[in-house]
Design a protein around this ligand. Structure first.
Ligand SMILES: *[C@@H]1O[C@H](CO)[C@@H](O)[C@H](O)[C@H]1NC(C)=O
Ligand SMILES: *[C@@H]1O[C@H](CO)[C@@H](O)[C@H](O)[C@H]1NC(C)=O
Ligand SMILES: *[C@@H]1O[C@H](CO)[C@@H](O)[C@H](O)[C@H]1NC(C)=O
Ligand SMILES: *[C@@H]1O[C@H](CO)[C@@H](O)[C@H](O)[C@H]1NC(C)=O
Ligand SMILES: *[C@@H]1O[C@H](CO)[C@@H](O)[C@H](O)[C@H]1NC(C)=O
Ligand SMILES: *[C@@H]1O[C@H](CO)[C@@H](O)[C@H](O)[C@H]1NC(C)=O
Ligand SMILES: *[C@@H]1O[C@H](CO)[C@@H](O)[C@H](O)[C@H]1NC(C)=O
Ligand SMILES: *[C@@H]1O[C@H](CO)[C@@H](O)[C@H](O)[C@H]1NC(C)=O
Ligand SMILES: *[C@@H]1O[C@H](CO)[C@@H](O)[C@H](O)[C@H]1NC(C)=O
Ligand SMILES: *[C@@H]1O[C@H](CO)[C@@H](O)[C@H](O)[C@H]1NC(C)=O
Ligand SMILES: *[C@@H]1O[C@H](CO)[C@@H](O)[C@H](O)[C@H]1NC(C)=O
Ligand SMILES: *[C@@H]1O[C@H](CO)[C@@H](O)[C@H](O)[C@H]1NC(C)=O
Length: 591
């Protein structure tokens, strides 16, 4: 009897411990088998990047503080990394999936990402970060729900729908790469996809027969949350739904002041949540449109994505012309004013119970100022390159974070200029020296005639201002110091600037990049290195056991480390947990 009760007590202990840690931060496993499949979204068969045979990939749906484990099996014929745009990877740039932090996963290898979505909520997406691969797919939505104890600033929607929009070429990413390598531009895209599908045949001249299009089924009198992401190559898209208002509610992890829009410009890499009320009479289906913006429409008519919103009581097909885009050819401030109208709901709770606005960014003193300037591509050493402040970034063979871990010198320079270089443009692995717990102001100045958007990994930043012309110190007078939105991807209009503020509280090496794939591929990126000078393990997680080695550290790579072992560990811990759970449920029986 004594043994029995001791044994039961011991089991209860384990079970309590397991269920406690489990209940606090549960883990969600995903297998990503990444391969090419043939698809014909625009009627032309082509190889696209699929995950588990699906294009686009699955939606990852988790809750604040959950652990996400993704075993990536690379069945492509080239290196692979996934990055999780907008997921802040608190204390662990090791999981960020860009070349400055991770060695690429070679073909036929497995690698397992393991991260916690700490203190985050909102709508994000993942995509393959190397070599223009996103132009061939491999992307999918990433939802982080609020914990049940924290109320969201609107009634729980009746449905939650992810919509991935993006410009698309019938040439694959290797062909597009060759074009860029040959010093040419990518040219006009062949179309726009909505959830990997081509346009509904709204016009027989513009859309060929037999294209599979996206249909979104809804019931009348309901409210749906639409999470819309621009996962495309380089085209700003105007998103709209015929006869329906889009009530903006969230943007890349921040709840916004809720406002209705008839259409919204979504720039490359950006994510928005809209609340859609199905309040129309269903006399027909309705068009969902994502059309190219700021381009000459007579050349870009085909660069229009069209899907269908179908009420369950719909009386017929959508017909007639598409709802028109904003008619603002002669009003360059329209779109910028719309962007300025997107503001933070300072009283709503985000991932934590306290209001989003309790972090009073407007009253914090700036410690460092960087002006990052985009110019049209230039020739450097006989190659066409894109620059940021006169520097065209060269990815090191050894990731920056890994080089630091092993105290390798000479991999990169901590000399990214605070003001644009005035001399000849250069090609360097030049990185921003960030000050831990500093508060940095970055001015993105676009001196080109094309729209750009920029993304910062590891952080959400505050968008405090944007305007046409050159930024000057006086521009600070126009900053929004109260309810500028916190997000991770922001547009910079041609001939204009955008100012952002970042609180450097996340230790690591973080990518700052152009989201337009061509600019990024041609070198428009850098990293910001944030080091805690105090020796502590609290502000950065240790290097993961399964870290890959490459470049100057290739010798450290053990072939058996990767594939089978990594997945075995997962398999074993799964078996262990299952056993534990079975035993736990059996405990009452022992008694
Ligand atoms: C990409 O397209 C080129 C032709 O332009 C073709 O040779 C190549 O095999 C394609 N790559 C893949 C992975 O399908
Ligand atoms: C802001 O959030 C609060 C708290 O959830 C909510 O009551 C309010 O309606 C929101 N305001 C706007 C303008 O969206
Ligand atoms: C995400 O998971 C939650 C349960 O955790 C579920 O309520 C919700 O419907 C899911 N959302 C989607 C889009 O699947
Ligand atoms: C279809 O598009 C073509 C090309 O823009 C246009 O000339 C034609 O009027 C459109 N057809 C209809 C039915 O709208
Ligand atoms: C947004 O538009 C809907 C109708 O589509 C309306 O019911 C709602 O009151 C509007 N909300 C705001 C905040 O303007
Ligand atoms: C349904 O709504 C459409 C668009 O608002 C309108 O043109 C039409 O007259 C309405 N039909 C009915 C039966 O109310
Ligand atoms: C758009 O292209 C057409 C045809 O090439 C040209 O005639 C027109 O001037 C262009 N419009 C603008 C605003 O550049
Ligand atoms: C910011 O700087 C001003 C002037 O340099 C100083 O008076 C103020 O105390 C500083 N505020 C904070 C929060 O450090
Ligand atoms: C980087 O900044 C830190 C202060 O944050 C400074 O101590 C260090 O010298 C700087 N390193 C370089 C190479 O400028
Ligand atoms: C680029 O900068 C130069 C010099 O400041 C300015 O004259 C020109 O108008 C700018 N062009 C754009 C598109 O911003
Ligand atoms: C950090 O963790 C490592 C490995 O667990 C340990 O060797 C080191 O002493 C720790 N450093 C500090 C400052 O706690
Ligand atoms: C990769 O992982 C899967 C499942 O986790 C496993 O079946 C497979 O053997 C692994 N691949 C390699 C090359 O070991």
């Amino acid at each position: 009897m004594a043994f029995k009760s001791f044994f039961t007590l011991f089991l209860i202990h384990i079970c309590l411990f397991a269920s406690l840690s489990y209940a606090e931060d549960p883990s969600f496993y995903h297998e990503f088998e990444v391969s090419y499949i043939t698809a014909s979204p625009l009627g032309v068969p082509q190889q696209v990047i699929a995950i588990n045979g699906k294009f686009p990939g699955p939606v990852i749906n988790v809750t604040t503080n959950n652990n996400v484990i993704v075993n990536v099996r690379n069945k492509l014929d080239e290196n692979l990394l996934f990055t999780w745009a907008g997921i802040q990877q608190r204390r662990s740039s090791w999981q960020d999936g860009v070349l400055g932090t991770n060695c690429p996963i070679p073909p036929k290898w497995n690698w397992t990402y393991n991260f916690q979505v700490k203190d985050q909520i909102g709508s994000f997406f993942y995509f393959p970060s190397l070599n223009l691969q996103r132009a061939s797919g491999g992307f999918g939505g990433f939802i982080i729900n609020n914990r049940a104890v924290i109320s969201i600033p609107f009634t729980t929607p009746d449905g939650d729908i992810t919509i991935l929009i993006g410009d698309w070429y019938t040439r694959n990413h290797t062909a597009l790469r060759k074009t860029l390598d040959a010093g040419k531009g990518l040219g006009i895209p062949d179309g726009v996809l909505i959830n990997g599908k081509g346009p509904y045949q709204y016009n027989t001249t513009l859309v060929p027969d037999g294209i599979d299009y996206e249909t979104i089924d809804v019931h009348p009198g309901k409210t749906y949350r639409l999470r819309v992401h621009n996962v495309g190559v380089s085209t700003t898209l105007n998103f709209r739904i015929q006869n329906h208002n889009l009530l903006l509610a969230e943007s890349e992890g921040s709840y916004t002041v809720q406002q209705n829009y008839t259409s919204l410009d979504i720039h490359v890499g950006q994510s928005y949540s809209f609340l859609l009320t199905t309040d129309q009479n269903a006399s027909s289906d309705y068009y969902i449109v994502a059309s190219a913006r700021f381009v000459n429409e007579s050349h870009w008519q085909k660069v229009t994505g069209v899907g269908i919103l179908r009420y369950s009581n719909s009386k017929g097909k959508a017909a007639g012309p598409l709802p028109p885009p904003p008619s603002d050819e002669f009003d360059k401030t329209f779109s910028m004013n719309q962007a300025r109208s997107i503001r933070w709901n300072v009283s709503a709770s985000g991932a934590r119970p306290n209001p989003q606005g309790s972090f009073r960014y407007g009253s914090i003193n700036v410690t460092d100022v960087y002006v990052l300037k985009n110019k049209p591509p230039v020739m450097i050493n006989g190659k066409r390159r894109a620059t940021l402040s006169g520097n065209s970034f060269v990815n090191p063979a050894t990731p920056i974070r890994l080089a630091d871990q092993y105290k390798l010198k000479g991999v990169y320079k901590l000399d990214f200029p605070k003001r644009p270089l005035t001399g000849a443009p250069r090609m360097e692995t030049s990185v921003i020296n960030g000050t831990f717990r500093g508060f940095i102001e970055i001015i993105l100045q676009n001196n080109d005639t094309k729209m750009q958007s920029y993304h910062v990994d590891g952080y959400a930043f505050f968008v405090v201002g944007m305007d046409y012309g050159d930024w000057t110190e006086n521009s600070r007078g126009t900053y929004n110091k109260w309810d500028g939105i916190a997000r991770s991807t922001i547009q910079v209009y041609p001939g204009a600037w955008t100012a952002i503020l970042i609180s450097l509280d996340n230790v690591g090496v973080w990518n700052i990049r152009a989201e337009n794939l061509d600019s990024w591929y041609l070198g428009q990126e850098t990293y910001i290195k944030v080091v805690n000078p105090e020796p502590t393990n609290k502000t950065e997680l240790p290097m993961p056991d399964n870290a890959l080695f490459c470049g100057a550290l290739s010798k450290l790579q053990k072939p058996e480390d990767i594939s089978s072992e990594a997945s075995l560990t997962i398999g074993q811990s799964r078996v262990f947990f299952t056993l534990l759970m079975i035993i736990c449920t059996l405990i009452p029986i022992f008694h």
